[in-house]
Ligand binder design. Structure first.
Ligand code: ADP
Length: 397
């Protein structure tokens, strides 16, 4: 069966068609500037790439163009849409309603809508993506929603309740939810597979490090704590997000500068992190290069990043009362030898012994710990789209 995986944003739509016989990606693409003039679609198939200009007033036109590119012209990989057996959608927030992926029904859509206030920038366009897919494919093709938050619904209240008046949890849903759940679930399962040990016997810390980054304690296959919170702003510093700071910084800045809450929100989400401290760039590659060239603030923010990742690994080892494996994934986790090296150095007290030569030379999924390290340290490329496709297949079967 072929499964179409959709990740809809407010003005964009990413797609991937996966053949579940061999889990191979048949084609993928990105529609940009939906609802804005000057729309473009980049379609990739058969090792080639095509860019097309097309106006897409709504997500429905993006779906139509995507289907046209998949089924006609040089980039065609199917004869027509009837070859698509199911559609899986990435949905950012499932609140407390969704503890696992779900088949799309009217009730599911109402559930996603009811928690939209928790992710006002993400859930509404994703609902729109689901509705457009329903229009284009009709009721006979099943669809599923896979939530970024669902994997973390196993956290105990000790980890997810904030120490503010309890009514904000009860009335407003203010608590830690966590994100990147699909990635943490995927790489922790892959780690168990790679090590040949059942998940039930493993205590793993998964570090998803990209433009957005989060770290999760996966205790015997279940998320028991994670660094992101009510929103993806919490945890370690990211490309442009501050990560954890004293909450009073918010009111202090407002008081001192007269900024309103929207401006401070923008400051912490868009102007902080690697970009904010370095003053140079939000991109880890730029920071590495500048730090090597002697830029003091780039070196500082990189050291802060290593330190914050290390602190989370230590904290989660304590939370799980042990540690068997650390996983690095995401654009930085998979590619930055420097981040992995300086994060792992100094964790020998936990039984984690990092191997410089392995770190420098590995590719794909590989182990960067010494033969004698009690804690295995793995680099595992994440694959959220495949996880969404697998969940969709399992649900419809
Ligand atoms: P997103 O969170 O948007 O999905 P990615 O997971 O693609 O982002 O991660 C993007 C980050 O990965 C950027 O900071 C980028 O600099 C970093 N990155 C990608 N390739 C490398 C590399 N070869 N070396 C160091 N950092 C890298």
């Amino acid at each position: 069966m072929k499964i179409l995986v959709i990740n809809a944003g407010s003005s964009s739509l990413k797609y991937q068609l996966i053949d579940m016989e061999n889990e191979a990606v048949m084609c993928k693409g990105l529609c940009e500037r939906i609802g804005i003039d000057g729309g473009t679609v980049i379609h990739k198939a058969k090792g080639q790439s095509w860019e097309t200009s097309v106006e897409m007033p709504t997500h429905a036109e993006a779906f139509s163009k995507m289907l046209e590119l998949m089924s006609s012209g040089e980039g065609a990989v199917i004869a027509d849409k009837s070859e698509i057996g199911a559609v899986g959608h990435r949905v950012v927030h499932g609140g407390e309603k969704f503890t696992a992926s779900a088949i799309i029904t009217n009730e599911t859509l109402a559930g996603i809508e009811s928690v939209s206030n928790l992710a006002p920038l993400h859930n509404p366009p994703q609902i729109q993506g689901i509705r457009s897919a329903q229009q284009v494919f009709g009721p006979s093709i099943p669809q599923a929603a896979v939530f970024d938050t669902a994997f973390h619904q196993t956290m105990p209240p000790t980890a997810y309740i904030y120490a503010i008046p309890y009514e904000f949890y009860e009335n407003n849903g203010v608590r830690r939810y966590g994100f990147h759940g699909t990635s943490h679930r995927y790489v922790s399962a892959q780690a168990a597979h790679f090590l040949g040990v059942p998940s039930e016997n493993l205590k793993i810390v998964t570090c998803h490090l990209g433009n957005g980054s989060s770290i999760t304690a996966v205790d015997r296959g279940k998320s028991i704590d994670t660094s992101m919170g009510l929103t993806p702003l919490a945890g370690i510093l990211m490309g442009t997000r501050s990560g954890d700071i004293d909450p009073s910084v918010v009111t202090f800045i407002q008081e001192q500068t007269g900024m309103d809450y929207k401006e401070v929100n923008n400051l912490l989400n868009k102007k902080s992190g690697l970009l904010g401290v370095s003053g140079l760039s939000s991109d880890n590659r730029d920071i590495e290069e500048a730090a090597r060239a002697g830029n003091v603030r780039a070196a500082l923010v990189h050291s802060m990043l290593f330190y914050q990742i290390k602190k989370h690994i230590g904290a989660y080892a304590a939370a799980m009362n042990g540690l068997d494996c650390v996983v690095f994934t995401g654009g930085i986790g998979e590619n930055s030898r420097r981040v992995r090296k300086y994060t792992c150095r100094g964790l020998e007290f936990l039984g984690l012994h990092y191997d410089d030569a392995k770190n420098e030379s590995g590719e794909g999924t590989f182990d960067i710990s010494t033969e004698y390290s009690r804690v295995r340290v793995l680099v595992i490329p994440t694959n959220e789209e495949l996880m969404i496709a697998r969940d969709t297949l399992e649900l419809i079967q």
